[in-house]
Design a protein around this ligand. Structure first.
Ligand SMILES: O=C(O)CCC(=O)C(=O)O
Ligand SMILES: [Fe+2]
Length: 335
């Protein structure tokens, strides 16, 4: 799965259909020079944030609510400064992506941005939350319902690269491992019953996530890949180094990835509507539906409007419920 380098004028024009097709199939689009501005003062402030003193996890920014999380709110000056920086990064990343990928921008939902200030190598987190194990992304608190997860990352660490490794695309991995992870089955009456109960509870406003079969499978697959030594240790896995001040984007529900090392990094996520894809048949949901022979989420046309509405946890969701039905997963992202 190639890493496609995009430099110079190409970054200033809308991506060609060929490039969109490559992106949707799992290629990484790599910009050796970040194609939008990150002011020097902002970088200095981000780098001055020492890991572990103030952060237990990533800093997140929710553009729809203009809300910052993961920073000590008692330190008002630093909180305000971090808030400004995350707001500005998110706006610039969204503006760049909207110009570069206009075919998705009309219908996408702008999801969270994040700042990752903690060294990834040897990071002490629970097994399924480890970023250094290869996986495809799925968000427990924000089911995508078959829409795609597009993410753009910027390495702001001076003099150190961010290193990723990949075991190929969702299609390749699903062909080999989806069955072992437990493909959805139509005949599972218990499943259907519990889904109906969850839907009913969600309609009553209770904090459960009405998660379609697709998202339930993607969460299982995320965990299964992390536990699979054949995936993790495959000698043909590809390694990509992203140098300081580079930016890259990919559909992280398709491009399998792990971050082996690297520190300060900014990121913005989008949920891209299935309806706007150039090749909807290459979407993970389409691949899985061909395998099982039935629909794994409501088709976009029969869903409520795509306009994001804040859920109870502030998540930008196109549906009425957004909190997790699975307390074990809490609000962490399986990503
Ligand atoms: O921070 C990174 O470079 C990627 C980590 C990751 O896999 C994720 O956030 O889903
Ligand atoms: Fe991930």
């Amino acid at each position: 799965m190639p890493r496609v380098t995009i430099d110079g004028d190409v970054a200033d024009r809308p991506a060609s259909d060929t490039l969109c097709r490559q992106l949707e199939a799992g290629d990484v689009l790599y910009f050796p020079h970040t194609p939008f501005d990150i002011p020097e003062d902002d970088r200095r402030f981000l780098l001055s944030q020492k890991q572990s003193e103030r952060f237990h996890k990533n800093v997140s920014y929710r553009p729809k609510q203009d809300r910052l999380k993961g920073v000590d709110a008692n330190d008002t000056a630093d909180f305000t400064r971090m808030h400004e920086i995350m707001r500005a990064y998110s706006q610039r990343a969204v503006e760049f992506c909207a110009n570069f990928l206009p075919r998705y921008a009309d219908q996408w939902r702008v999801d969270y941005a994040s700042f990752r200030p903690i060294e990834e190598k040897g990071r002490d987190v629970k097994f399924n939350a480890r970023n250094d194990l290869i996986h495809v992304d799925s968000f427990p608190t924000r089911p995508s319902r078959g829409d795609r997860l597009l993410r753009i990352f910027t390495n702001v660490t001076p003099e150190r690269e961010r290193v990723w490794v990949s075991a190929g695309s969702f299609k390749e991995l699903a062909e080999r491992y989806a069955r072992d992870a437990g493909l959805p089955s139509k005949s599972n009456g218990v499943n259907r019953l519990s889904r109906r109960t969850i839907s009913a509870l969600a309609r009553l406003g209770l904090p459960v996530t009405d998660r379609p079969e697709y998202d339930r499978f993607m969460l299982r697959f995320h965990d299964a890949l992390k536990h699979n030594r054949d995936v993790q240790d495959n000698p043909s896995n590809e390694t990509w180094s992203f140098p300081p001040d580079s930016t890259w984007m990919c559909f992280t529900d398709t491009t399998s990835h792990a971050c082996l090392s690297g520190q300060y990094c900014l990121e913005q996520t989008f949920m891209v509507s299935r309806a706007s894809l150039i090749d909807p048949d290459a979407a993970p949901i389409a691949i899985l539906e061909r395998m099982v022979g039935f629909a794994l989420a409501e088709p976009p046309a029969s869903r409520p409007a795509l306009t994001p509405t804040p859920g109870p946890d502030g998540a930008a969701n196109g549906s009425s419920s957004s909190a997790s039905s699975s307390p074990a997963r809490g609000t962490k992202s399986a990503s």
